[in-house]
Design a binder for this molecule. Structure first.
Ligand code: ADP
Ligand code: AMP
Length: 214
């Protein structure tokens, strides 16, 4: 099963992608996580990406497309994957379609997690992230067992630099300008499914399971 998660930053793509990955036993491929791991390790890619991420901008397609193509060729992706945060531009989507076409394959579903902008800023301010294992929490809606500490790996949780309110507003602008057009792109391919992302996380997951057919 090959699944794409669409939606604004903070809509809940990562939260749901992790649950899909667990249930269907497929890898969760998050470009944001890959960039953050590279930033943490101080790689050349990480240094280049950081300049864009900190400003709330997208990392250029030249740096992103190859990275994802390589990742999807790894053996753990042979039976499918859930892509979170990719594609985010029409050229990224077109590249994915054509790479899959070469293999006679295609994406099964693009799940659009729909959340209005008003809810997003509130959600992002409360998000806490583990930069070691990629787990995500919320100070009100998804608390860790021990405040400020990751349940999975016991490292410290942080407010991501790009989750500060001024950067979130910029990211929302970028989303509307560059990523939202993908909704129509996948609608035209007949694989778009929209879920109401303002519901409780459990109900959002139930709606996704209904679509994917448990
Ligand atoms: P994205 O991957 O789309 O950027 P996340 O999955 O990281 O978004 O979710 C953003 C924040 O909102 C996190 O702190 C997460 O715990 C919280 N969150 C996710 N889904 C919901 C939901 N349905 N209701 C309330 N909060 C949510
Ligand atoms: P995310 O963790 O998905 O919210 O991504 C964090 C940031 O990484 C984004 O705001 C972008 O700057 C960058 N990023 C992640 N995925 C992509 C992508 N597919 N294309 C360009 N930039 C990306």
């Amino acid at each position: 099963m090959k699944i794409i998660m669409l939606g604004a930053p903070g809509a809940g793509k990562g939260t749901q992608a992790k649950r899909i990955a667990d249930k269907w036993q497929i890898p969760h491929v998050s470009t944001g996580d890959i960039f953050r791991a590279n930033i943490k390790q101080g790689t050349e890619l990480g240094n280049k990406a950081k300049a864009f991420i900190d400003k709330g901008m997208l990392v250029p397609d030249e740096l992103t497309i190859e990275l994802v193509i390589d990742r999807l060729q790894q053996s753990d992706c042979a039976n499918g994957y859930v892509l979170d945060g990719y594609p985010r531009t029409i050229p990224q989507a077109e590249s994915l379609t054509s790479e899959l076409n070469k293999l006679g394959e295609s994406v099964d579903y693009a799940i659009n997690v729909d959340v209005p902008d008003e809810n997003i800023v509130r959600r992002m301010g409360g998000r806490r992230a583990c930069l070691t294992c990629g787990a995500t929490y919320h100070i009100a809606y998804a608390q860790p067992k021990q405040e400020g500490i990751c349940d999975r790996c016991q490292n410290a949780l942080v407010l991501r630099d790009d989750d500060k309110p001024e950067t979130v507003l910029k990211r929302l602008d970028v989303y509307h300008a560059q990523t939202q057009p993908l909704i129509e792109y996948y609608e035209n391919q007949g694989i778009l499914r929209t879920v109401d992302g303002t519901m409780d996380m459990e109900d959002v997951f139930k709606a996704i399971v209904d679509i994917l057919g448990a």
